[in-house]
Write a protein that binds this ligand. Structure first.
Ligand SMILES: [Zn+2]
Length: 195
């Protein structure tokens, strides 16, 4: 877990400061996992500990998997890299014309296949829920979830066993009641040229 956090920091994939989130809330940390995943060796290293835990559970007979599937975009590289480390296919779901999440590109999975869902950062469970629905629609079964960063707020539960490479506490506030604003810390909008 510490190693994954170090890799995130070294890749500037975990920023610490005072950030304006797309929701309008302010937070003290911001994740941009693509910055870590751009380096294949770091992607492999960040996911190695979690892959080892998954392999141990497969060996112990408490987990069985047929494929790894992640929701685009965040889950694509995570699903690929986990697929590589676990010796499984790595697929992804993406938006269709109607805006719903679906398995496209002629990807097929056998009915009843056991799926590990992959995500980069879990904040809410919205995209995982949509991905799971798309998978249920094709008759396969989500048996577990894997992510690089679990940064859920208290009270956000996940319906599947979760393998998280690291867990990070993130404080966030409504703009009007932000502690960092009160302290006068300059607010940064992620994605701006400064970052
Ligand atoms: Zn603020």
């Amino acid at each position: 877990m510490e190693e994954t956090i170090t890799l995130l920091r070294e890749s500037a994939a975990m920023l610490e400061g005072h950030f304006l989130l797309s929701s309008g809330r302010h937070s003290n940390r911001y994740f941009q996992c693509a910055r870590l995943l751009q380096y294949p060796e770091r992607a492999a290293a960040a996911l190695l500990p979690v892959a080892e835990r998954i392999k141990a559970d497969i060996k112990a007979g408490t987990l069985a998997l047929d494929a790894v599937v992640g929701p685009a975009l965040g889950g694509i590289i995570v699903a690929y890299e986990l697929g590589r480390q676990l010796g499984l296919p790595g697929l992804f779901t993406e938006r269709d014309e109607g805006g719903g999440m679906a398995l496209r590109r002629g990807f097929t999975l056998k009915k009843g296949a056991r799926i590990l869902m992959a995500e980069d950062v879990i904040t809410t469970t919205k995209s995982l829920g949509e991905c799971a629905q798309a998978l249920e629609d094709v008759g396969v079964v989500v048996v577990a979830v894997v992510c690089i960063v679990d940064r859920r707020q208290a009270g956000v539960s996940i319906s599947w066993p979760l393998y998280a490479a690291c867990q990070v506490d993130v404080a966030d506030w409504e703009a009007a009641s932000c502690e960092l604003c009160t302290k006068g810390v300059p607010l940064v909008k992620p994605g701006s040229r400064k970052l």
